[in-house]
Design a binder for this molecule. Structure first.
Ligand code: SF4
Ligand code: SF4
Length: 281
């Protein structure tokens, strides 16, 4: 069997369709993510990963660095010749987007909060599942965000050493928007993931826009939606203001929905880029 982009699309869609972790089991049993994923591939040696050292920070790992760490840990001979990153977009269920839009102007809806907590668990399960499926063909793969000894998030600057969104950009899946969300053909309301695969695959770098904000039409609708003015044309997205509001939702979610998580996403619903790439006027 050929392991190619179609293989990854079919595997992830099949997982989303069948696996219980992608069900809103504590709400109504519907999908958390629609089984309609986008997949893109970035060459593990693409020079964009060196540029991320300047853009995100020296701490952001190149695929080669992350894979070398994994090889050492697993006693595998390291070779980065065929390294690729497979990145994917998981579209949030339309009902969840509608509910979050209509629920409140300050706090997330129940489905949105469940998606943030249980959807991220499903996302991690997908990465584990893909690694295991590839192992069956003797192909080594590694998902950096699943390894607690490697993966780090710096809460002072709200940046991690492996960014799924930046891997999605590298893999030609879309561009960033004013609110820092990732605009793509399935819409900004999504979760995304990525893993490193030691297999020669054709890169999608030709789909990557040279402007990292290419698909944002600067409509300003996300500015209006944000309850704490974390987004502006002048300063774009202020991560600190955003993080302060997002973490302040924990007591509300805990008390109202009975789960322990933070969430917001109000800038991702009811705006021009919620469901796809907006048309330029
Ligand atoms: S809502 Fe408009 S300004 Fe905000 S990210 Fe989307 S396209 Fe850009
Ligand atoms: S996630 Fe919430 S607080 Fe953060 S920018 Fe979006 S609307 Fe504002």
């Amino acid at each position: 069997m050929d392991i190619n982009k179609e293989w990854f699309i079919n595997k992830i869609n099949g997982f989303l369709d069948n696996d219980e972790s992608n069900k809103m089991s504590k709400v109504d049993g519907s999908y958390i993510f629609e089984p309609n994923v986008l997949v893109g591939i970035a060459d593990g040696n693409d020079t964009i990963y060196n540029r991320y050292k300047n853009i995100i920070g020296e701490f952001h790992l190149t695929p080669s660095e992350a894979y070398e760490w994994y090889c050492k840990k697993s006693n595998i001979e390291f070779n980065n010749k065929n390294l690729n990153v497979v990145a994917y977009i998981l579209p949030i269920n339309q009902s969840t987007k509608t509910e979050n839009l209509n629920c409140s102007k300050t706090m997330p809806s129940v489905r949105w909060a469940h998606t943030r907590l249980f959807g991220e668990q499903a996302n991690m399960n997908i990465q584990n599942f893909l690694v295991e499926e590839l192992e069956k063909f003797g192909i080594n793969a590694f998902a950096p965000t699943l390894d607690k000894k490697l993966f780090r998030t710096n809460r002072k600057i709200w940046a991690s050493n492996w960014s799924h969104r930046h891997n999605c950009y590298a893999a030609g899946l879309g561009s960033f928007g004013l609110s820092d969300g990732f605009i793509n053909a399935r819409g900004k309301a999504m979760r995304c993931g990525s893993l490193i695969v030691d297999l020669k695959l054709p890169s999608d770098a030709q789909n990557r826009p040279s402007d990292p904000y290419e698909f944002c039409i600067n409509c300003g609708e996300c500015i209006i939606k944000c309850p704490v003015n974390a987004i502006s044309f002048e300063n774009r997205h202020d991560k600190m203001i955003c993080a302060s509001h997002v973490t302040s939702t924990i007591p509300f979610i805990n008390k109202t929905y009975g789960i322990n998580i933070y969430a917001c996403g109000l800038c991702q619903v009811g705006v021009a880029c919620s469901d796809g790439i907006p048309k330029k006027k």
